[in-house]
Design a protein around this ligand. Structure first.
Ligand code: MRU
Length: 356
């Protein structure tokens, strides 16, 4: 079982301690969150990020709300609405909140707070187990790729869908960690992922785990794919619609197009909680629009090695900053889920098989 080097989040008494991802890859800083509003703010500011981890954090946010207030329906509803409003695209967040509501609403008020902590912890452990199974199924796919002469198996990923984005090994990176552990000679091509540079988080994770990797500018991906230097693209997802269309970090779609043009398989690794039977297709997925500042400035270290933001363009420049894009199901070679490999044309069938 994959053990996170630092827990992405953990309960500490009546507090939630999160690894602050806005400080990475430069500094390891944990933040202690004690109220609903602090959890909501941490999610909105992306101190905690990645679809499955958003669900885990939100579940603990509900527990905090019910601990420091009367655990009546008004408190519960306020907590659910506050957390749901933080980030609209990743459906895991809404999924976790629905699971919390279903568990807590039937209970007497006095029993709710403790039950909320227990359910949040169950969601966290469940997420880690799902990642583990995704790793095992994805490893089988990676092993089945045609052999390469004279170089490692090369997998390209985008954004960060590693352990930082979950409570376990990650989604897209779970098969990569499994392959590395199994002794497969594997190298990961990591795209930088402007504007928030989550690729740097991926590079940081992989470096710490000793997994060989190459950091590339987002725009280099097409050339590497076209030259036959990449054997598979593996990404995560924030929401998979009923028809198999995938919302993931902006830039994913371009990689899927380039992979298809080059005949390279494009895999999407995601737990069942990322599939949304209620959203018919990609056009119906809400795409989060984030602040202009994310495009107008860039985070890094200054000359003295201190974290700093550098302005790239005048603050008056008009900006569009969609945080996600939609990859049509037709460009997806397969979904890697904890229940096994799912072909895009069989998503509806797959969702039906999961219905209680
Ligand atoms: O905006 P972020 O950093 O939360 O977006 C994360 C992604 O898009 C990931 O690729 C996705 O959540 C899959 S995470 C396992």
């Amino acid at each position: 079982m994959f053990v996170q080097p630092i827990p992405t989040l953990r309960r500490d008494g009546d507090a939630l301690v999160v690894l602050d991802q806005t400080e990475l890859p430069w500094r390891v800083v944990e933040r202690r969150l004690t109220t609903l509003d602090e959890v909501a703010a941490a999610i909105a500011a992306m101190r905690v990020r990645g679809a499955p981890l958003l669900g885990c954090a939100a579940a603990f946010g509900v527990a905090l709300a019910l601990t420091s207030n009367a655990a009546d329906d008004a408190t519960l509803d306020h907590a659910l609405a506050t957390l749901r409003a933080t980030r609209p695209t990743a459906v895991n967040l809404a999924w976790a909140l629905e699971r919390m509501a279903a568990r807590l609403r039937p209970l007497p008020f006095a029993a709710r707070a403790e039950a909320a902590w227990v359910e949040a912890e169950a969601i966290r452990i469940d997420d880690a187990q799902r990642c583990e199974a995704i790793g095992a199924h994805g490893l089988a796919l990676l092993r089945a790729l045609p052999p390469r002469a004279g170089r490692p198996l090369r997998a390209m990923t985008h954004c960060n869908a590693g352990w930082l984005a979950t409570s376990g090994a990650g989604t897209a990176l779970a098969p990569i960690y499994a392959a590395h552990t199994a002794g497969v000679d594997i190298e990961v091509v990591v795209s930088e992922t402007r504007p928030r540079q989550q690729g740097l988080l991926t590079a940081w994770e992989l470096a710490a785990a000793g997994v060989p990797h190459l950091l590339v500018a987002d725009n280099a991906a097409g050339l590497l794919l076209a030259r036959g230097e990449v054997d598979a693209v593996v990404v995560g997802a924030d929401r998979i619609a009923a028809n198999g269309d995938v919302a993931n970090k902006v830039g994913t779609y371009l990689k899927a197009l380039a992979a298809r043009a080059a005949g390279v398989p494009f895999y999407v690794a995601a737990p069942v909680s990322t599939f949304d039977a209620a959203t018919p297709d990609g056009a119906a997925i809400p795409i989060e629009e984030r602040a202009a500042d994310e495009v107008l400035a860039i985070a890094g270290l200054d000359g003295d090695g201190h974290p700093a933001r550098l302005r790239l363009a005048p603050m008056t420049t008009r900006v569009a900053n969609p945080a996600f894009d939609v990859t049509p199901a037709a460009l997806v070679s397969a979904f890697i889920t904890e229940r096994g490999i799912v072909e895009p044309a069989r998503v509806v069938e797959f969702l039906r098989s999961l219905a209680p």
